[in-house]
Design a protein around this ligand. Structure first.
Ligand SMILES: Cc1cc2nc3c(=O)[nH]c(=O)nc-3n(C[C@H](O)[C@H](O)[C@H](O)COP(=O)(O)O)c2cc1C
Length: 362
């Protein structure tokens, strides 16, 4: 447990406030000293601070798994990414005569391997999509040795999966958006973090409905590098409710807790390591809106990068090193008697600018 956490639990408020001020002064001094130098920062975070240690290990574990090409999950992510790249090639204007040459063999091999995993039926949507895109690709790109080789591998795979071939290829969209601005605005204004819930079970079928919407969110290269774990059994709730730090005072009344977990094995390089946070958060927002339309409400719960808590969560949820919690979410039917914070939002002037600042020309 970190010193501040320990202090908050054991010391009187005045002592905690004093400790906070002392900690903040020390941080100011040290960080002012190192912030201007990359080398000093590296030195500090290598030898004097453990703040990034666990994240670094998680990123390394994810990359190792990704490059080992033995993990079905990361293979599936690779398939999605490569199929996505081919999809983009197919919709380019003008479309190039030949594209994806450097990874088409890798893609069909990945497609072949994914089609042979034990639970391939669970992957039928991905495989059907991959099938249709590859079929489309081989119909338009021809005449290169690697393309012909890849085509032969593609034809050797038993297909179709799922609902039959065809249809999952780039399409033109001419219809107008069916949701009005006003309707969406009323949903956005209605959604607020709710902390008081009725002690009523949350139907799993509604969670699934909301997840169908969450799954529609954008993700970098369509990797979808996250998953949701829901808990509503009393013992699990008892242990999970106090785990995120921000549940003090109301955690006991949360009827369902969800952990959203990011999967760092989705990436081949460190540069993409933030993707799990961005992609998962975009999906969580859609999920929370969907819950609201179903009469349910939610409370996003902060997950700070604190090693002792990470270890406890990893243990409880059986997470692997490359799987990182993005956030927890409390879910339930809102208690109409419970107050909801007003939560003033930023005004437009502080939220945005147009063409400001002027960009440097060099
Ligand atoms: C990433 C994240 C973490 C949050 N953590 C907590 C938390 O630990 N406890 C809590 O009561 N609220 C938490 N919230 C809710 C915020 O306090 C709330 O979103 C904010 O005050 C704005 O209010 P609104 O959601 O009603 O618009 C969190 C929200 C986000 C997005």
């Amino acid at each position: 447990m970190s010193l501040m956490l320990f202090a908050e639990k054991k010391l009187p408020p005045a002592a905690v406030a004093w400790l906070r001020r002392a900690f903040s002064a020390k941080q100011r001094l040290v960080l002012n000293g190192i912030a201007g130098s990359r080398w000093l920062c590296t030195l500090y975070y290598s030898f004097f601070s453990r703040a990034f240690r666990r994240e670094q290990q998680a990123v390394a574990a994810g990359l190792a798994l990704h490059h080992s090409r033995i993990d079905p999950n990361s293979m599936r992510t690779l398939l999605r990414r490569n199929i996505h790249r081919i999809e983009k090639g197919l919709l380019m204007r003008p479309r190039r005569e030949r594209f994806a040459l450097s990874y088409i063999v890798e893609t069909v091999n990945c497609y072949l391997e994914c089609s042979q995993v034990d639970n391939a039926a669970d992957w039928s949507k991905d495989l059907a999509w991959a099938h249709d895109i590859l079929e489309n690709y081989f119909a338009v790109v021809k005449g290169e040795e690697q393309v012909e080789r890849a085509h032969a591998i593609f034809l050797s795979v038993d297909q179709p999966f799922g609902e039959g071939p065809g249809g999952r290829i780039p399409y033109s969209r001419r219809d107008a958006c069916p949701v009005t601005f006003d309707s969406f605005a009323s949903l956005a204004k209605r959604r607020r973090t709710v902390r008081w819930f009725l002690q009523t079970e949350v139907p799993h079928v509604l969670i699934d409905k909301a997840l169908e919407i969450a799954a529609e969110s954008p993700t970098a290269c369509n990797r979808q590098p996250f998953f949701y774990r829901f808990f509503d059994e009393p013992e699990a709730l008892r242990r999970l409710r106090p785990l995120p730090l921000g549940t003090a005072g109301f955690g006991h009344n949360i009827p369902m807790i969800c952990a959203v977990v990011g999967d760092l094995s989705a990436y081949y390089g460190e540069r993409d390591r933030h993707g799990i946070y961005i992609d998962a958060s975009l999906s969580i927002m859609s999920f929370m809106y969907a819950l609201e339309t179903l009469g349910l409400s939610s409370c996003p719960l902060n997950w700070a990068d604190i090693e002792s808590l990470e270890k406890r969560a990893e243990n409880m949820l059986g997470l692997k090193m490359h799987e990182r919690i993005i956030m927890f979410i409390g879910i339930g039917y809102p208690d109409p008697q419970g107050l909801v914070a007003f939560s003033q939002k930023k005004d437009l002037h502080s939220l945005r600018s147009f063409n400001q600042p002027k960009l440097n020309t060099d």
